[in-house]
Write a protein that binds this ligand. Structure first.
Ligand code: GAR
Length: 225
């Protein structure tokens, strides 16, 4: 059973997906602490309802990123966290943070910080990924769970799920469709980490004993009748 620390800034629906998966025994993990940087964020309430310890560390107006992240790391260590899951954490983590959760023998050489992003990286990194996808006119977007490195959404990809962009989509509709997949793949990635099935070679992540992919190719829009 691994101990997960979740960092969230907003609604916390990905936090909820991980909490639910842990509660239902779908992942060999327990959420040891939720750290939030935004007072009043729904993620805090979700954690309280689930009986998970919370730490509120407001970041607004805090100029020293290194000092802020040192405090976050100290709280994560106090809760003996094995894996850090960024779940709508709207901050870039500092190199010292990543160093604190660098690969270890216990993590089978994998970094110990993951993130979920609402696009098929490397497309549409950064803010407003769903809007970027709509503006570009892609037929598919999706979500990515990746290990975190010092760039913005540039770390090694663990798992991705594709989501079609449909006629008439606006940002909320597309975001909601992507979130369904985020909630599916983030707990999966946590479970693979917990099972020690992930390995990192360069920037390629492999999964031991993976099942065959579910689809060979999908067209969107579909071929004419
Ligand atoms: C999710 O869509 C997540 O992928 C995104 O923020 C949302 C948080 O929702 N993260 C990023 O854009 C990070 N670059 P949640 O608080 O309901 O989990």
């Amino acid at each position: 059973m691994i101990r997960v620390g979740v960092l969230a800034s907003g609604s916390g629906s990905n936090l909820q997906a991980i909490v639910d998966a842990a509660r239902d025994g779908r992942i060999d993990a327990t959420v040891a602490v939720v750290i939030c940087n935004v007072p009043g964020a729904r993620a805090l309430e979700r954690a309280r309802v689930a009986g998970i310890p919370t730490e509120l560390l407001p970041s607004k107006g805090v100029p020293d990123r290194d000092a802020y992240d040192r405090e976050v790391v100290a709280r994560l260590r106090a809760h003996r966290v094995d894996l850090v899951c960024l779940a709508g954490w709207m901050r870039i983590v500092t190199p010292a943070f990543l160093e604190a959760f660098a690969p270890s023998p216990a993590s089978h050489g994998c970094p110990r910080v993951m993130n979920v992003h609402p696009a098929l990286l490397p497309s549409f990194p950064g803010l407003h990924a769903q809007r970027q996808a709509l503006d570009y006119g892609v037929r598919f977007t999706g979500c990515t769970v990746h290990f975190v490195d010092s760039g913005t959404d540039t770390g090694p990809v663990i798992v991705q799920a594709a989501v079609p962009v449909l006629p008439g989509d606006d940002e909320p509709a597309l975001s909601a469709r992507i979130l369904v997949e985020e909630h599916r793949v983030y707990p999966l990635a946590v479970q693979w980490f917990a099972e020690g099935r992930l390995a990192l070679d360069g920037r390629r992540v492999s999964l031991r004993d993976a099942a065959a992919p579910m689809m060979d190719g999908v067209l969107n829009p579909s071929q004419d009748r």
